[in-house]
Design a protein around this ligand. Sequence first.
Ligand code: ADP
Ligand code: MG
Ligand code: ZN
Length: 613
Amino acid sequence: MHRLPILLKNFWGYESFRPNQREAMQCVMSGRDSLVVLPTGGGKSICYQAPAMALPGMAVVVSPLISLMKDQIDGLVGCGVPAASLNSSMAPEDRRATFSTMRSGRLKILYVAPERLLMDGFLDSLREHNISFFAIDEAHCISQWGHDFRPEYRRLAALKETFPDVAVHAYTATATPLVRDDIAKQLGLHKPEVIVGSFFRPNLIYSVERRHKRLEQIAEIANRYRGESGIVYCLTRRNVEELAIDLHNEGFSAAPYHAGLEDDVRHRNQDAFINDKVQIIVATVAFGMGIDKSNVRFVVHAGMPRSLEHYQQESGRAGRDGLDAECVLLYSGQDYHFWTRMLEELDPEPHKIAMRKLSAIYNFCQSAECRHAALLDYFGETLNVRPCNSCDVCLGRLEPVPESLVISQKILSSVVRQGDGFGPQHTALVLAGSKDKTVISAGHDGLSTYGLLNADPRESILDWIGQLTAQQYLERPNGSDALAVTSKGWLVLRGEVTPRLMRDVTHQPIPAGAPITKAPRKKDDAQWDGVDRDLFDMLKVLRRGMAESLELRAYLIFSDATLRDMARRRPSTKKSLLEVSGVGQYKAAQYGKDFLKLIRDYCAAHDLKMDLG
Ligand code: ADP
Ligand code: MG
Ligand code: ZN
C-alpha cells in the first residue's frame, strides 16, 4: 500500500488521492472483493490501475465498450504502464501481439470485452497466467435495473466459478441501491466492501432557464467558451439538425449526432468532437456512452430530458477533468407535453413510473432550490454544503422575492377565478393585463386579478407559477396543462403559509453599459489563479499538433488540468516539469522537451517568472 503514492506520482504524475480512492485501492491490495460507486470523473479507473502495478501478476479488466477500451489503453501506455486489450474489432496481428506479451509475463493490465472473456475456453486459458484480480468497469451493465443492461455481462458470474480465489472488484457511477445490490449478487461477490462516494461535483455549475429564445440562449453560452468543447442535447433528431445548422450559421464550429445519420458521418462527427476539431456536438441522447472526453466545458440541454437520471448522466459528462464546467438546462412546458405524449404508449405500470420521473424533473426545473441539493436528494444523498456555490440559485442569479405571499395570492386567486381548464401561459397573460384575444374571448379582462402583476416581466410571472407548482401549491391534474389550486394552495390564500418565490435577476432590464454575460460566476475563480491564459492556449495548440502526428487523442497527451498547471508554474527544467500535476516520468521523457521549449521561449519573450510553486 505504501508504494501506491509513489506509483501514482511516477506513472500518472498525481500528488494525492481523490476522495475514496485510497479505500478502494486498499480493497484491491488486500484481495477483498469490492463494489466502488463514485460519480463520473471521480477517478475510478486508477483505483484498479495503480494496484495492478503494485501487485505481482496481471490484472484483467472487463469493459463494455471497445471505444472506451482503446482510450484507456492509449492513456495507460502513454503513462508507461504495460497494458493491452483483446476485443473482437482487433486485427489478428494485434491480437497475436497481445497474446505474446501476456505469455512473456510483462503485461500488467489486460482489458477484455465481456464476450471475448467468455468465449470458448478463454477463461480456462487464463489459468496459465498469474491473475492478480478482476476489475469490472461500468458494472451497472450487469443489472437489468440499470439504464444500460448488457446481457453478455450477466454471464460474468462465471468469473467467480472459474477463479474462486481471485478477487473481483466492480466499479460504477450508478447511484441507485437496487442496482448496487444486484451487481454484487450477479457477480457473486464474496462479502464485498461497498464504497460509496459523494455524488456532489462542485466543479459543475448548474443552472436552469426557461427556454424563450433557444438559439440566442445557447449562443450566449457557447460564446463564453469559444475554442472549448461543449455538448448540446436536443430531444429530437429534427431539433439536432436545425440547431447544428443554426449554430454553424452563427459562426460556431458545430456538428450533428443522432442515430439516424449514416454510420460513417456519425463516427466522423464524434471523432472530430473528441479530437477538438469540432467545438460543439449537437446530439440526441444517443450520444455520450463510451465517451470519456475529459475537457467538456459545457453541456446545454436545449430541451428537458425525461428524467433526472438522464439529466444527471448527460450533464455529468461535463468537467471530468475536475475543472469548472457549466450545465445549463433550457426547459419549457412544451417539453413536458412532448414527453407526456411519448410516454402514452407505455403499459400502465411503466407509464406510472415514467410519469413520476417526468414530474420530478419538471419540478426540478421550476423549483428555486439549490440544484445540487435537489439532484443529490433525488438519489438519496443529503448535501451538507450550503450554499453550494455552484448553481444559479446559490450563486445569486435567483434572488428571493420579498413580497412572496402577496404575489402568490394574486396568482392563486387568478387561477381560482379563471375557472377550470387554463394553463400557466394564459394565467400569466391575465395577470400581466394582456389584450391577447385568448384573454378577451374568455372574458378574463373583467376578472379582479386582471393586470394585478403588470409591473413584472411575464417571464417572472411564469417562473412563479412554475415555482408554486413545484412547491405543490398548484397542480396540473392528470398531466394536463390546466392549473388547479391544491389544498396546500388554499392555506396560502388564507395567508397561513408563505411560499418561497425567487426572481431570476437576469429577467430584469440590464442597465446600459453593464456586462451582458448571464453566466453564474463562481466567486473564487481559483482554477485560473496565476494561469497565463495565452500560454495555456499556446500549450493547447502544441498538444493538438502532437496529437495529430502521433494519432492520439489530445487529452491523452496531457489533460486541460495539466496544461493549466503548466501555464501557472511555468517549469524551466524537467525536474520542475515533474511537479506539474498530471506529468509522470514517462510523459516527461516523451513530451517534456517540446513543452519546456515552448514555455521557456514564451516566458523569455514576455519577461515572465518561471518555476513558480
Ligand atoms: P471515472 O471512471 O470515475 O469517471 P476516470 O477514471 O476516467 O473517472 O478519471 C477522471 C479523471 O480524473 C481522469 O482524467 C483521471 O486521470 C483523473 N484523476 C484520477 N485520479 C486522480 C488523482 N488522484 N489526482 C488527479 N487526477 C486524477
Ligand atoms: Mg470510468
Ligand atoms: Zn446550490
